[in-house]
Design a binder for this molecule. Structure first.
Ligand code: 0XW
Ligand code: MG
Length: 367
């Protein structure tokens, strides 16, 4: 099998409802789709969709610029030989982790199609099906947050991420207490301010909520600040944005900084990198999720396939943006949340079928 053409597509994803974080509200994210065309009947699909230039450093423009560098290097390679594909990408550019991740996902899709296996089965098999997920409770008043949390529990969600930050911590503390009051004992609550608090604020919030069962996700902007905060928190610390690579994750586990992770596939290098992180977390009994920032059925399927292979006792779920999206690329098998879980798309590779011409003409093509 050889790559004969590499196509890049752009697509705006209309929102079905609002979504806010401490640094910015999400508005019609601009997703980037990659297509690996081969000398067989199979094509491979990858995707990366940042939520915007404020919540994270990579954005659609930087990703597409990186893909322009990587595209020519991919033509002629066997996409099933992922080590050689990553060698070719690493010898083309040092950075571009998001773009490289999207290519990695497309290679896994192709490997599955070539061998007639689902991606989760190539990764060792589905240990959960359907796959656990978690649902976000957006930043809001204490009453509104509690109402949303109550409704999500009633829908079967057992893991809730309460968004915080971007306002005075007193408002965050009030919302946390209001949600904690309605949370059932079997429901996990974690508070994610997306790097929005200072070290002092993180400590104050944790102290003010010390009697509540919850975890605190990515309270501060940098890894170093999270290290300082961790020493004084009354709650487990989950790293998300600072969990950038296997070395940092390994250090965070080894030094007791992180009690768990929220991992974004396209931040760490794609499915190949997530497989190593999954195994390290299992070996150290460290809970992790398998998420991404945003995106359609392709990235959602990648998160679900990897999420299915997490140790069920350590899984924090696979997050997908489906509840906030309008429509699916694959109306039949695009990942959807039902009663707090997500069915694994059937079929080889990612299990997603993209209708011919769905993404229109490529914005770039390399052959
Ligand atoms: C909930 N997510 C995985 C999706 C949004 O991009 C934010 C992110 C998070 O946990 O920070
Ligand atoms: Mg997070």
């Amino acid at each position: 099998m050889k790559v004969t053409q590499f196509n890049v597509y752009a697509k705006r994803l209309p929102m079905a409802s609002g979504y806010n974080m401490s640094s910015a509200a999400v508005g019609e994210p601009d997703t980037t789709i990659v297509e690996l065309v081969t000398d067989t009947k199979y094509v491979g699909w990858g995707e990366i969709c940042p939520t915007g230039p404020l919540p994270q450093s990579e954005h659609a423009g930087s990703i597409r610029a990186d893909l322009a560098l990587l595209g020519p290097a991919l033509v002629g390679l066997d996409p099933r030989r992922l080590g050689l594909v990553h060698d070719a990408m690493s010898s083309t550019m040092d950075g571009g982790h998001g773009a490289k991740s999207a290519v990695d996902i497309a290679c896994w899709d192709l490997a599955g199609k070539a061998y007639g296996e689902r991606v989760c089965d190539l990764l060792g098999g589905a240990r959960m099906d359907p796959v656990l997920t978690y649902h976000v409770v957006p930043i809001g008043t204490p009453e509104a947050s509690a109402t949303v949390a109550q409704a999500l529990q009633d829908q079967g969600h057992t893991k809730l991420q309460l968004k915080a930050g971007g306002r005075h911590i007193d408002e965050d503390i009030a919302a946390i207490h209001a949600v904690a009051k309605v949370i059932r004992p079997s429901v996990d609550l974690f508070v994610d301010c997306n790097r929005g608090w200072t070290v002092g604020e993180a400590i104050q919030v944790s102290q003010a909520c010390k009697e509540l069962m919850l975890a605190i996700e990515q309270p501060c902007a940098t890894y170093a600040e999270c290290v300082f905060a961790r020493a004084h928190l009354r709650h487990p610390l989950l790293l998300d944005e600072s969990a950038t690579d296997l070395a940092t994750i390994s250090q965070a586990i080894g030094t007791g900084v992180a009690d768990g992770f929220g991992i974004k596939l396209t931040r760490v290098g794609g499915i190949s990198a997530m497989r190593a992180i999954r195994d390290l977390c299992e070996a150290s009994s460290t809970p992790t999720s398998c998420d991404d920032s945003w995106g359609g059925d392709i990235i959602a399927a990648a998160c679900v396939h990897v999420g299915a292979t997490l140790n069920p006792n350590l899984s924090r779920g696979a997050w997908i943006s489906d509840p906030y999206q309008i429509g699916h690329y694959d109306e039949e098998h695009g990942p959807r949340i039902v009663n707090g879980t997500i069915a694994i798309p059937p079929g080889a590779g990612l299990g997603i079928t993209i209708p011919d011409g769905y993404f229109g003409s490529p914005i770039a093509s390399y052959s």
